[in-house]
Design a binder for this molecule. Structure first.
Ligand code: NDP
Ligand code: MG
Length: 383
């Protein structure tokens, strides 16, 4: 396999650092061209030096000078701002762009990469939730490719390799159920952010960990699966599976269900997206089913986890509704993390923002940006 040149949007986060771990183990296969972060200039500089990156982009412009002073003498170019990010991911020296930024901020650089016909290894699910139609249209029009990094979607993608052109009847999207799966509703209502941040199976960034506790993460993933695999949401079944061993399943017309299994370790789906269609060893612990013994499955409880129901409603409405939902969720989760609102206020705020939405059935990119902004303003008013 020819060396693949990688750009990482969000290299200092959970997915970003695990992507670099995959690359570190296979320097013969991958080269780092560009790294970017929001404000963690210190780690970004260390990464750029270790991987001899061609360029870095820092979101927080107040960190630009310190970064430039460290990296420019070593021949590493330093930039700040989204325009630089968009130009660098589209450059001729990049083969694969890893979308590991958190939230809506990943949309513009992801679109820029797809417009340039790049392969995008996409973890940043909010991009597809907010603008799924535009993102997938851009991909098709420019012969770009999205390879899923989210573990469930990577699992579905792996299962679909067995489809041989046959239609998918159903997708079974598994969910751990998060830290509050077994808690009664009254106890969940009083849960603090630090309790919500204790995910039973996965170590992830703060925003997605809260999304897992509310199960909005699974709602975002339903929408993500709809766009990635062109499956109607009525054929996407959410299945709570507390062990997180079966990463998702695909059902065919003959009743056969194909599943992908493995220990929870994001390096597996990251490595599959980077090396596709090759499989490489990245040090994941081998699955021992006798050690695990039992695998359990349950229906999700929509009374306890109203965010999941809201996500189904938003994608059924379509248009700019998922964008508004995502925006309200970003504001509400940030406020919950700061201790400003209670757990169920997250769902309440999203519901109100959706109810007051100025609906657009086929939103343009400008409409997506204005929906995002206006929904965030409305959500902040509701805090
Ligand atoms: P983290 O919060 O750990 O990391 C986010 C990354 O984005 C950081 O590198 C951060 O930089 C960077 N960033 C934030 N704002 C900007 C900006 N304006 N410009 C450039 N970079 C920015 O998140 P995760 O890694 O957990 O998640 C990333 C995405 O992947 C999310 O969309 C999440 O839903 C998805 N995902 C994550 C999984 C996981 O296991 N973590 C699993 C499946 C999907 P800084 O460090 O400077 O703040
Ligand atoms: Mg996931």
């Amino acid at each position: 396999m020819a060396k693949r040149r990688i750009a990482i949007l969000g290299s200092t986060g959970s997915i970003g650092t695990q992507t670099l771990d995959v690359i570190r183990r296979h320097r013969e296969l991958f080269e780092v061209e560009m790294l970017s972060a929001g404000s963690n200039a210190e780690l970004l500089a260390l990464q750029a030096l270790e991987f001899d990156a061609g360029a870095v982009v820092i979101g927080d412009s107040s960190k630009y000078k310190e970064l430039a002073d460290t990296l420019q003498p070593k021949g590493i170019k330093v930039f700040t701002g989204t325009d630089s990010l968009c130009a660098l991911v589209a450059a001729g020296n990049v083969d694969i762009v890893v979308g590991a930024m958190v939230g809506f901020s990943g949309l513009r650089p992801t679109l820029a990469a797809l417009e340039a016909g790049k392969i995008v290894a996409l973890a940043n699910k909010e991009t597809l939730v907010a603008a799924g139609q535009l993102v997938t249209d851009t991909m098709r029009a420019n012969k770009g490719l999205i390879l899923p990094v989210d573990s469930e979607h990577s699992a579905i993608f792996q299962c679909l390799l067995a489809a041989q052109g046959n239609e998918v009847v159903k997708i079974h999207l598994t969910a751990s159920g998060g830290p509050f799966r077994t808690w009664p509703r009254e106890k969940i209502a009083a849960a603090t952010a630090s309790q919500a941040l204790k995910h039973p199976n996965w170590e992830m960034g703060a925003k997605i960990t809260i999304d897992s506790a509310t199960m909005m993460n699974k709602g975002l993933e339903v929408i993500e699966a709809h766009w990635l695999f062109d499956v109607d949401v009525s054929n996407i079944n959410v299945l709570v599976h507390p062990e997180s061993i079966v990463h998702s399943m695909v059902e065919f017309a003959d009743g056969a269900v194909i599943a992908q299994l493995g220990n929870p370790d994001m390096r597996q789906p990251i490595a599959f997206a980077l090396a596709f269609p090759n499989r490489i060893n990245v040090g994941c612990k081998k699955l021992d089913l006798t050690e695990i013994g039992r695998l359990n499955f349950e229906k999700p409880d929509l009374e306890k986890f109203p965010c999941l129901a809201l996500a189904f409603e938003a994608i059924k409405r379509g248009g700019n509704a998922p964008c508004a939902m995502n925006s309200a969720n970003e504001v509400a989760v940030a406020a919950y993390l700061k201790g400003q609102i209670a757990f169920y206020d997250i769902a309440r705020i999203i519901e109100r923002v959706l109810n007051g939405l100025d609906f657009a059935a086929s939103p343009s990119l400008d409409c997506i940006f204005s929906t995002h902004e206006e929904s965030a303003v409305r959500a902040r008013e509701l805090l």
